[in-house]
Design a protein around this ligand. Sequence first.
Ligand code: C2O
Ligand code: CU
Length: 472
Amino acid sequence: MLNRRQVLAAGVLTAGFASTPLLRATSRAAAPAEPFSVRMPVPPVLRPAARLPGCAIYHLTMREAPVEILPGRHTTVRTFDGSFPGPTIRARRGETVIVRQTNKLDVPAAVHLHGGHVEPQHDGHPMDVIAPGDSRTYVYPNRQRAAALWYHDHAHHLEAENVYRGLAGLYLLTDPEEERLGLPRGEYELPLLLRGANLAEDGTLIYDATDVQGPDHGTTLVNGRPTPYLPVAARRYRFRIANVSSGHAYVLKLRDGSEMIQIGTDGGLLPEPVRTGAVSVWSAERADVVIDFSRYPVGSRVYLDNTALFGGETRDVLRFDVVREARDDSRVPERLVPLEDLGPAATTRTFALSFDLATGRYLINGAVFDPDRVDARPRLGVPEIWEITNSDTRIPIPHTFHTHLEQFRILDRNGVAPPAAERGRKDTLTVHPGETVRIKVRFSTYTGRYVFHCHMLEHSAHAMMGQLQIEP
Ligand code: C2O
Ligand code: CU
């Protein structure tokens, strides 16, 4: 773990420049709303514009909209359909989802389905943008396992600000295998989209890429509202947690120390449930977590804290108010979904993540993103081992690593097997300073061009990204 001073140093570098006194003065965050004074909302589930056999068609418009984040204040944000965060898209395995996106913002946008297994022309490549005023149709075949995916802007250099200003939403893909398990569902299955926001007194959302603590320090938002409360029944709930922040980490604990059950990660359900006191989600990671409130008497208040207080995050995240008894016929089976074996690897590649102090640039294998360069040419169906090293030890900066198209497995971290909660299908991982993580990945189904990158969005916006050409 980093200490606070190291992380502040990393924060300076998050932005790539030192901050100026002028910028510091304008970016002072407001005293956040009184914690636990607003009720946690649930993002609306998007209704299809049309349904055809085996296919649902959705329309979304990206536009600015005023929303209430702080009580009684208006904040202008960038939204999908006026919703902050975006509406949840619910999909079923084997049923195609078609999303027509119209860009009514005054900046370009590209919509990427994070964790999605899709054709390259539907992947929201950073150079493949929707200009202001234009529309584009994305096709998601959903030929992959049940998982919590999320959709967000990916326009090159703009993604960090666009996502910070609101262009992110959840995409819950289900399948019969998951439905058969008897996990909590309906009103007992809730998304928790976590992020930070630097809000001025009057509600203005401040985006300051030079902020030493990262642009999204300040108030923790859950589903778009500051440190809310949620009335719950004394029974099991399933929370679909997604870290949609620019660069913040959340290490979540119940303040009373009781256990949570992590049942899934980025790419879907784990092979077996992991009983744990702490659930970690770094930038862009997801965690599927069951909390059993039946151990608390009605009237209890149960606090969910963030214990990864690096630079400016708040401890308070959410308060659960146990308000009633309820019947519970949900279960958490001891076996969830088996992990398929990817087969023996035939190729090894190395990816070195680093920040270059001299130039202020974020590099992968010594280079910034060049859309005309291909950095790796994996062959379709051939398993590979990737060794990802974070060499930023002098000024310790954590990085996250995300590849498009495929779910990988984490083999080891500095030679040691990963914690149980990381032994599932992953599309994003943290690489701590000085660490080498080995993953196994096998690209399947689609050939063509995709990107991989650091998912600390200030870093990817500064071109910490590379390109894959999947070859037949
Ligand atoms: Cu969540 Cu390339 O992105
Ligand atoms: Cu990074």
